[in-house]
Every structure is written in C-alpha cells, then in structure tokens.
Design a protein around this ligand. Structure first.
Ligand SMILES: *Cc1c(COP(=O)(O)O)cnc(C)c1O
Length: 354
C-alpha cells in the first residue's frame, strides 16, 4: 500500500496522475513513442502545453481577463529575480513572512529600492503581520501567500492600488481567492501541481513593459508570452504531469471542491493538535496554514515512540523544516482525508501508550 505522504515538496500527486504519467513515458498518445523523446514542437506536445496553460487560467477564473499563463523553468527561486527584473523601476514593497519572502526580498534589492512593509521575523515567522502600509508609489507589492516552512498562511490580502505580486508556490489551487486582485502569481509546480522542473507564472499582461532596463530573453516575461511559453524547450514531462493534475482537479469540481476537502483535513489535524495534551501548535492560531501544519511534542521524551508509531503506520515526511524543528504535516491537494486520519490515530495512540 502507498504510504501516507505528508512531504512538504516535492509532494504527493494523485495516484491516477502517476499512472497516466508512467504510461506516457512508455507510449504517449498511442504513438509508440515516449512523451520525453518527441519534439516539443510536435502537435501532441503543443496541445499539452496549450491545455496546461488554459486549464490553469480556467481553474483560477482568469480566462479572457487579460492574463497569460506560462510554464517556465528555474523554480520559484528564479521568479524572485524575474519579478524584480521585469517590474521594479525604482521602488518595490515586500512583506516578509518567512524564509521564501526573505529570499525574494534579497533578489529584488539587486534591482532597486525595497521597502519591507512588515516582518514577522521577531517571532520566528510564527504569525502574519497585519495593519501595515504599502507605499502608494511602489511599482508593486510582493507577498508569499503560504509560508511552507513556518506553517502560516495569509487569510486576508491587503487592499492596495499598487500591483499585487504573490508567491503562491505552496497553496495555489488549494483555496478560492479573488484571483483578479493579483497582477502576477507564481508557483513552483512541485508543491501542489506536479513534479519539480516547472514554475507556473500567471501575469496580467498590461503590467509589463514599464521598466527601462534591457532584459535578457530567458528572463523576460514578454518574450515567453510572445512565444506561447515555448521560447526554448520547455520541461515537457513536468508540464505534462502538471496538466494531468489540473485535469484531475477540474474533474473533481475544481478549487471550490478541493477547498472544502482541504478545510476538513486541516480541521481534523488542528483539532487533534489542540486537544491532545502531548502536542502543541507552533504558529498563531488565526494564521495557521491549511497546507502545512507545524507542531511539536510538549515533551521531547515521547519523540522516539511517536516516530516509531508513525513509521509503522506508513506515515512519511512529517519531520519539521530544519530551521523550525518539531513536525510539519503537509496536506496538499492530493493528500486524502484518510491519511490525515491515520496521523491523528497515531497521535491518539501515543496518548494512550505514554
Ligand atoms: C518551495 C518554495 C519556493 C522555492 O521553490 P523552488 O522551485 O525550489 O525554487 C518558493 N516559495 C515558496 C512559498 C515555496 O514553498
């Protein structure tokens, strides 16, 4: 039986997606060739790219609204610098809510003035700062919707007239938001959409073309848009598997359906963390993430037993990030409710055994 996979990334994918992907490796489209050995300019692959791009916009409700979807390379980490390269003229505003925000901020500083509007570093990123001001003259405001490492999530986005840029790597397609509020969204595929190797970028095209600097082609969003996300050889396998996952999600009922499941999973686990005297949550309750739940044992002496019980139950990937410690259960879209129940059962078994 497959393990209960709580890995933070690369993460669990739907079993039927893995099945279809493995078939396509051997024989794609009944053409007796592998998906990964045909031209990316061939009709069958161009159709895959087009479908992946249109499904992404459709699921987010952004079709025919001036947005373009791109599947790029270099991970979300390359977007940290591409965003600034393409959008930062003089000044950008950043909200610092964790490791990934910090990294994006560092890259932006190479291109202009960066105002850190607020930071939760004072408490190890265990909460989301609120009530900050975004300078009206900023070229854009950047935030991280879900902090994969600390386990916090923005539940209310600030109102601003400044273009809104968001790193949604670890919660894209997990919950309904007013996506039209955002001018640029990016997400590494390997958290909630596919395998590592591609990054989805959703751009409102009219925010481009406002910086004066020359932009190298590979780092220029407009170049990728003009070439329909095929400026160079795209990561064909990663795009194909992402397309399959987006199809899977659409067939289930899209974001409204999966959001309900995700809320149930998160409620099940957090209720147990709060109830069970052996465990405690790490971050502020109102800022908890539905995707990555971080918690610790109240008494470290139970660690060996708990880890052993988890291993016996086939629970994988719940060790906390090295910078936080404790445990982190990542509950991305493809993680079934019964896997969360399996973890809760083990937490209760520990309580009985101790
Ligand atoms: C994992 C992660 C990243 C980094 O993604 P790479 O694809 O490894 O560059 C950036 N932001 C967030 C929120 C993440 O969870």
């Amino acid at each position: 039986m497959k393990k209960h996979n709580f890995s933070a990334g690369p993460c669990i994918l739907p079993q039927e997606v893995l099945q279809k992907a493995s078939e396509a490796i051997l024989n794609f489209n009944d053409d007796n060739l592998s998906l990964i050995e045909i031209s990316h300019r061939s009709k069958p692959f161009v159709a895959v790219m087009e479908k992946a791009r249109s499904l992404a916009l459709k699921l987010l409700g952004l079709e025919n609204k001036g947005y373009k979807a791109l599947f790029l390379q270099g991970g979300a980490s390359t977007e940290f610098l591409m965003v600034a390269y393409n959008l930062l003229n003089k000044k950008a505003a950043y909200l610092n809510t964790g490791t990934w925000s910090e990294k994006s901020l560092k890259e932006a500083k190479l291109f202009g003035e960066v105002v850190e509007v607020a930071s939760s570093k004072d408490k190890k990123f265990s909460y989301i700062p609120k009530g900050f001001n975004i300078p009206e003259d900023a070229d854009y405001f950047h935030c991280t919707s879900n902090n994969t490492v600390a386990g916090t999530q923005i539940h209310e986005f600030p109102e601003t007239n400044v273009p809104l840029v968001c790193d949604m790597s670890s919660d894209i397609f997990s919950r309904q938001l007013d996506f039209e509020k955002f001018d640029l969204i990016y997400a590494g595929a390997q958290k909630n959409m596919g395998p590592a190797g591609t990054t989805l970028v959703i751009i409102k095209e009219d925010i481009l073309g406002k910086v004066e600097r020359e932009i190298p082609s590979m780092l220029n969003y407009q170049v990728h848009i003009d070439k329909d996300s095929m400026f160079n050889t795209p990561p064909v396998f990663a795009v194909y598997v992402s397309m399959l996952t987006l199809e899977w999600l659409k067939d289930l009922g899209g974001i409204p359906f999966i959001e309900e499941v995700n809320n149930k999973k998160a409620a099940l686990l957090y209720t147990e963390i709060d109830r069970n005297p052996l465990f405690k949550g790490i971050v502020a309750k109102e800022d908890r993430s539905t995707m990555n739940a971080t918690f610790t044992l109240v008494d470290e002496k139970h660690k060996e037993t708990f880890d052993k019980l988890c291993a016996e139950a086939g629970i994988n990937g719940i060790n906390g990030h090295r910078s936080v410690g404790g445990y982190r259960a990542s509950m991305y879209n493809a993680l079934p409710l019964y896997s969360v129940q399996a973890l809760v059962d083990v937490m209760q078994e520990l309580e009985r055994k101790k």
